[in-house]
Design a protein around this ligand. Structure first.
Ligand code: AMP
Length: 113
């Protein structure tokens, strides 16, 4: 059997983490090593290793992740002040968990990229 990603282990309860949001397709947790006051990860339940592996039939899932990011930003009241949604891909971008996830970062002034 393929090794479970850390996010699959969180979803199955093998690793303890508070689930902030969950629906049929995605869930969200706080990042264990936040880079800003608000740093949440929106994770698809379906394991896709990197953005390079998405297929046309994942389009709805990817847009759903963005919509959940928007919804959480509003719930956390950072929609007006601003936030960033990021998907790191492979080593130059610093991807460390090979199960795609959308970083929702905000709650303070972020450095320009
Ligand atoms: P990336 O570097 O884009 O692959 O992002 C992986 C993120 O997962 C990093 O920001 C880590 O801090 C975060 N992370 C790793 N393990 C955990 C965990 N057990 N709970 C929450 N976040 C985690």
């Amino acid at each position: 059997m393929l090794k479970k990603s850390i996010f699959e282990q969180i979803l199955s309860g093998e690793i303890d983490s508070e689930i902030l949001y969950e629906d049929e397709d995605v869930f969200a947790i706080k990042d264990i090593n936040p880079v800003a006051k608000i740093h949440i990860l929106i994770i698809p339940k379906k394991k896709i290793k990197t953005l390079n592996d998405i297929k046309l039939n994942d389009s709805k899932l990817i847009s759903h992740m963005v919509l959940v990011g928007k919804k959480l930003a509003k719930k956390l009241k950072i929609d007006k002040s601003g936030y960033r949604l990021i998907i790191n891909t492979n080593s130059d971008a610093g991807q460390s968990v090979f199960h795609i996830h959308l970083h929702l970062i905000g709650g303070e002034k972020l450095k320009n990229i």
